[in-house]
Design a protein around this ligand. Structure first.
Ligand code: GLN
Length: 200
């Protein structure tokens, strides 16, 4: 079966590994460039994207992971991980870079002014599986402001003003959510990522 890495510089690594285990998939913590070798996919966890960026530089992982993604390594980013996968960030700190790969604009801490963290049922509508409702937990979450050509919107969340915002996107084998499916004990979204990896 596939081996999926979990970027382990910072953030909720253990929770992601438990979800992958629930999907019957082997996982590996990734802190050093050599640990990228032979991976079939990688998860970029939630945490703090500014810290993750700095640590990726410190551990000499930034360029190797950026090029692995450019070369087509499948990836699943949650919250801070979504930010790290985005080609463009709004409200980043000065000098903050992302690994990129996903042609979207994300806004950091976007829901923050309304409320810091909340749970909301989200309709997940992946083109490669049946739709379902997911209990989504948002913690100082980003949202997606703009998607490029070929980016599929897989989830939207209702906002306080009666509108909605994009909180799940996918292009090819790259999947990202604004929320944290790793902390709810529900492995369905991880399974969707595993399905993208194995179908490849
Ligand atoms: N606000 C954080 C950031 O900018 C993300 C928060 C999270 O991952 N829960 O990275």
């Amino acid at each position: 079966g596939p081996t999926i890495g979990v970027l382990a510089l910072q953030g909720d690594v253990r929770e992601h590994r438990a979800m992958l285990e629930a999907c019957g998939v082997a996982s590996r913590a990734v802190r050093r460039p050599a640990e990228l070798d032979g991976l079939d996919g990688i998860v970029l966890p939630g945490g703090e994207s500014t810290t993750m960026y700095k640590l990726a530089r410190t551990f000499d992982l930034f360029e190797p992971l950026r090029s692995a993604l450019r070369d087509g390594l499948p990836a699943f980013g949650t919250c801070a991980g979504m930010i790290m996968l985005a080609d463009h960030i709004e409200a980043g700190i000065v000098g903050q870079e992302t690994f990129g790969g996903l042609d979207v604009v994300v806004r950091r801490n976007a829901f923050g002014r309304q409320v810091d963290s909340f749970e909301e049922p989200v309709e997940f509508t992946p083109s490669w599986a049946e739709p379902f409702t997911f209990p989504a937990t948002f913690i100082r979450a980003p949202w997606v402001e703009k998607v490029g050509d070929g980016v599929e919107i897989v989830a939207r969340a209702a906002t306080a003003d009666g509108g909605d915002r994009i909180v799940g996107v996918r292009r090819g084998c790259l999947l990202a959510t604004s929320f944290h499916p790793e902390i709810t004990g529900d492995a369905r979204i991880h399974q969707l990522f595993v399905d993208l990896v194995t179908a490849r």
